[in-house]
Design a protein around this ligand. Sequence first.
Ligand code: ADP
Ligand code: 5GP
Length: 203
Amino acid sequence: MSNSAVVIIISAPSGTGKTSICRSIFRQFPDIRFSVSYTTRPPRSGEVDGRDYYFVTEDVFREKAQNGEFAEWAENYGHHYGTSRRVVEEIRSRGEDLILDVEPRGARALKELYPDGVFVFVLPPDLEELKKRLQKRGAEDDEIRERRFQKAKDEIREVVWYDYIIVNDRLESAVEKLRAVYLAEKCRRERQRPVIDGFMKEA
Ligand code: ADP
Ligand code: 5GP
């Protein structure tokens, strides 16, 4: 595995705009891979199986969990979500940069596994705006939306242990900030070791 690869773990309360930000980053950097998680929640309109999630039944998810196929998994709003060890390890073994989208409990578990991961938390400008965005996204009944909103307040408390905080006020500016984090992390000395070693050999 190449230790120059960047692994970004990104969390945000549901509805903050994390998917929108990441989609833009993937368009700008087509070589960054996305860790496609497994979930038992039904697809939203526009979501594609194998691209956004692997959509599976509760039985399939349970079997995978029992077989130790998940690096971490959690229940959110009555549905299960899990990070596939295989997906992550395949990408890492190719030395490719990687973004994982997980909520804070999952992110904490991943910090144990990937201590050199870059942990990014995306915040909404305020809670009122978060409520509006959850409504804008639609496709869910009011009760689930309210549960997501209540959970958001708990999740925001976890912000304290993340490496970078991005407020998603204007989408373009939030994308710019994530882009800046990614590029700065790429330039870290420890990730530039192969380049440095090349020069040392020549000198
Ligand atoms: P998440 O993946 O965090 O749940 P989404 O990316 O699905 O959030 O965004 C939730 C809703 O908010 C979508 O309708 C999206 O278009 C909208 N949205 C995202 N970012 C912004 C922003 N900066 N300003 C206004 N609306 C936004
Ligand atoms: P959504 O239903 O809006 O796609 O996602 C709900 C929440 O599940 C988000 O906070 C998202 O980050 C989280 N999530 C997505 N995939 C995973 C995963 O593999 N593991 C964990 N723990 N959370 C996930």
